[in-house]
Ligand binder design. Structure first.
Ligand code: ARG
Length: 625
């Protein structure tokens, strides 16, 4: 355990883990001390619940014993003198729960150690290079609510690693290559040639329409045609369908030749493609900025950037016998890795696939960018895809950093879907995908109304900026606070509420602290309390201190689990603990100057942890609202 450990749970874990084998020599090796926050705070702050499973394990291996007896042996062996009240047989509750109450002075010492500029989070002693796949927009398509998650969660994970002092590289794997893009490029060329569209005034909305029109034109009716023949619907129907199909075939052929032109660098085609790229990406980067993420143009590494790397990689996979031929296509069989579905690497017509590009992406991220960890923040529905490409890359040796013999950690930080109130994928009333930009506008507008209602005296100018921050905070916090892999229901009313686990509730906590300091200054009380001794006598003060001490270990846990909702939950607990403290412990009217200064210092630490925690998640904050 590093000397700087501040989280009592971690400290107690260590102490009990050390005591158990001494107390019970025949205990299973690495028995978990099972330290948890106390369910009955009147008995203590924490409990060690190890005695019950230990007794069970021992009786299974033939030693008759009871948990209470083991608990007694454990409390005799464990050394907590420096941090906890002495343990006695009265500390043992029920069948063998050991209750631990921290000493107030030890709690104050720990919190004093946390109260540094770093807030107890020391920069990693061996910084790693962490590449985080974020956003993943597709050309000529509006960003929708699915991209919200890839953008917001991906950026939050990246920020956590930055906060811990790692070297972070964001990669926006833009879907900007392949046949669908060639289809819309073809369509754009036709529309511009026919004078139906001004290329200089091209909008993403217009592109989105063209994209869908192009898809429809190329789709064709082969299935209907086959059925018409099978059920003998007659020559007229067949002829009509045949004509539609021929038309679709023409469109598809045109798109394929556009793709060839793009691949060979034909100047006119490339410049059309560039136009589509610029229009899409400027909208995307605007959304990323509005969402207060650190995703900028230099993170863009689209599928197109891999185009010259695919053929050599496929060749390499063949020569290493990783890829084999199957019906004219190239596949990688992954039975050895426990994956039944082979990974298709090259189609029989010679075309490469989404998977081929991602294998190239891993190779670049590990070999060129130097990734120790490559994290993909992508929809859970792509989990088979990532299991496959990770396996292929490892088999081919692309996940091993040159010079190091360690395989990089490849991780899919999968997220669930955003659902509407009906429990189905979130759509507009007419069944369209909800545009991200519209969603943000609505959140900000609603936040504006809520803020105006709560604080009518806010000057108009200030209100707009506050509404923007509160609206974005509400959306981001709602997205981040839900268990990442689970689906969640998008609900404006709930995420914008000032009560419950919401962004506005956390921001409200911050504004209350800010007003404590304003009032202190108005009353002529010095707020220079950085060195005031902390006196943690009231239960609410203890709870607030205990919650604050969880901060560094929670940030570390997010880096390990890639689950930002753990930090959201800790910050929410902190806001709740602050609220109880604020209600129960008067600050400016504290019983003594010492108590007042101690409480002001508690307010200051809480403010810094809340602000730092929200910043680490990428949630904007406000001082007033
Ligand atoms: N463009 C993809 C999609 O919309 C997401 C890209 C995710 N990243 C990746 N490296 N495959 O589904």
């Amino acid at each position: 355990m590093p000397a700087a450990e501040l989280d009592p749970v971690v400290i107690l874990h260590e102490r009990f883990a050390d005591a158990i084998p001494r107390a019970i020599p025949d205990a299973p090796a690495d028995a978990d001390p099972l330290i948890a926050a106390s369910k009955r705070p009147e008995l203590g702050d924490f409990q060690c619940n190890a005695a019950m499973p230990l007794a069970k394990a021992l009786s299974q291996s033939g030693t008759k014993t009871n948990p209470r007896e083991l608990a007694i042996r454990i409390i005799e062996a464990v050394d907590l003198a420096d941090i906890a009240e002495p343990l006695t047989p009265e500390s043992i509750a029920g069948p063998g729960f050991i209750n631990v109450k921290l000493r107030a002075d030890a709690l104050a010492t720990l919190l004093t150690r946390l109260d540094t500029p770093a807030l107890g989070i020391e920069p990693a002693s061996t910084p790693e290079t962490v590449v985080v796949d974020v956003c993943g927009v597709n050309l000529a398509k509006q960003m929708h609510v699915g991209h919200l998650r890839a953008t917001v969660i991906g950026d939050a994970i990246a920020r956590v690693f930055e906060r811990l002092g790692h070297n972070v590289i964001r990669q926006n794997h833009v879907g900007d290559w392949g046949l669908p893009i060639a289809m819309v490029t073809t369509k754009l060329r036709e529309e511009a040639a026919a004078g139906r569209l001004d290329l200089d005034a091209l909008s993403l909305d217009a592109l989105d329409r063209l994209y869908r029109a192009a898809q429809a034109e190329c789709r064709g009716v082969t299935t209907s045609l086959r059925l018409a023949e099978k059920f003998r619907l007659g020559p007229k129907v067949e002829a009509e369908l045949g004509a539609i199909q021929a038309d679709a075939d023409d469109h598809l052929a045109a798109a394929k030749s556009t793709l060839v032109a793009l691949q060979s660098g034909d100047a006119d085609t490339v410049s059309l493609w560039q136009r589509i790229y610029d229009v899409t990406m400027s909208a995307c980067l605007r959304a990323c900025e509005r969402l207060k993420t650190r995703i900028t143009a230099d993170a863009s590494a689209g599928e197109s950037s891999y185009r010259d790397e695919l053929a050599p990689i496929v060749e390499d996979l063949v020569s290493k016998r990783v890829a084999i031929e199957s019906d004219g296509a190239l596949v990688v069989r992954l039975d050895a890795e426990g994956i039944a579905e082979p990974c298709l690497i090259r189609k029989s017509d010679g075309g490469f696939l989404y998977a081929t590009t991602d294998v190239a992406g891993i190779k670049r991220r590990v070999e060129q960018l130097g990734a120790d960890r490559a994290i993909y923040c992508v929809d859970a529905r792509q989990s088979l895809h990532f299991r496959q490409v990770f396996a292929v890359a490892k088999r081919a040796g692309y996940a091993t950093k040159p010079g190091a013999d360690r395989v990089a950690r490849l991780e899919h930080a999968a997220f669930g879907m955003v659902l509407g109130e009906d429990g189905r994928p979130f759509k507009t009333r007419s069944g369209e995908n909800v545009r991200l930009a519209d969603l943000l506008d609505e959140a900000v507008e609603r936040a504006g109304r809520a803020v105006a209602e709560k604080n009518p005296s806010l000057p108009e100018r200030e209100r707009a900026a506050i509404a923007e921050a509160v609206g974005i905070a509400a959306i981001k916090y709602a997205d981040l606070s839900n268990d990442r892999v689970k689906d969640y229901v998008f609900d404006f009313d709930r995420m914008l509420a000032f009560e419950g686990e919401t962004g506005p509730y956390l921001l409200y906590g911050l504004t209350r602290i800010a007003s404590v300091f304003r009032k202190a200054e108005e009353a002529g009380v010095s707020i220079e309390v950085a060195a005031a001794p902390l006196m943690l006598t009231q239960p609410q003060e203890r709870t607030l201190a205990l919650t604050l001490l969880r901060y560094p270990s929670t940030v570390r846990a997010v880096a390990e689990s890639l689950e930002p909702h753990r930090l959201c939950a800790m910050l929410y607990d902190l806001a709740v603990a602050f609220s109880s403290f604020y209600d129960a412990c008067p600050v400016l009217r504290a019983p003594s100057d010492e108590a007042r200064d101690s409480r002001l210092r508690l307010c200051a630490i809480t403010r810094r942890v809340l602000a730092d925690g929200l910043d680490t998640l990428g949630v904007p904050i406000v001082e007033r609202m």
